[in-house]
Design a protein around this ligand. Sequence first.
Ligand code: UFG
Length: 328
Amino acid sequence: MDNHVLVTGGAGYIGAHACKALRRAGYVPVTFDNLVTGWQDAVKFGPFERGDLLDRARLDEVFAKYTPVAVMHFAALSQVGESMSQPGRYWHNNVGGSLNLVEAAVDAACMNFVFSSTCATYGDQDNVVLDENSAQYPINAYGASKRAIEDILRDFEAAHGLRNVIFRYFNVAGADPEAEVGEFHQPETHLIPLMLDAIDGKRDALTIFGTDYDTPDGTCIRDYVHVCDLVDAHVLGLKWLQDGKGSRVFNLGTGSGFSVREVIDQSRAVTNRTVPFKEGARRAGDATKLVSGSTRAVAELGWQPDRSNLNTMIADAWRWHQTGHFDK
Ligand code: UFG
């Protein structure tokens, strides 16, 4: 019973890939998920415990059952647009739920905590190189909720010694190359899966959200990172904590940015199909350009984001798109 890791959100896109990576690294991932946005089908690599982070008694029960060596905390509402129209849900679920989780971990003496944060905590800082020391001025409630959880972790470390690794993700994309798990949101809001759906006629043409941004082709620029590379960093972060190294923040991005139009062009090349799209208005809460300016994860964790090139990410997403889906 030694090597359990409690994975909140293990039935979601990133959490499910993390469970596979943990299993491969010799851990037993215990998925804790309320299945509001996750899929029971995606829990393939360890035990499943259905529960909600707002239910403290249920959390205590699961900590007592498995005595995990660490927590990997992915569970969260994560739609930028929705967070602008329903901020209360983001503060209740993301911040309230995380506070419960952190308190339960400390009470259970589970003192290694890996947290899924986001570059959305930086906000819209044009022409600023975003590294881990950049100021955090989120422009949407989603980013604000994640920044608040980072603050909670810092306070709980100071007071109770809860050691943490915080990963600030840029745009996660791609899928398990073996297509055991992949990206499957309901509703889907992310660029690449929407585009793949449009390509094979599963939904209407993709709308480009804004063509008047201050970028070379007028569309937003993002730093895409392969989900398998991303979760590999989490395993390295877990080992970092288990080796007794101190709390640390790491950006997870590649340092290369691609515009929406470039992603469309690459998708056309990978799939050899036409990408139906139209140009539309900007989406509320979107930053112009989000690209990581940090190599800290590579230098300090020894992270090697080998699959994070646009071609491989779209090819892996396309394979999953053609073969996989989840049911509750
Ligand atoms: N986009 C379109 N049309 C679409 C969907 C997206 O043009 O139908 C554009 C967006 O405007 C954006 C880019 O494609 O410029 C990427 O959009 P995604 O929705 O795929 O990703 P986001 O950049 O909005 O969000 C991601 C994560 C969030 C995280 C955020 C940080 O999904 O969890 O990065 O900004 F907070």
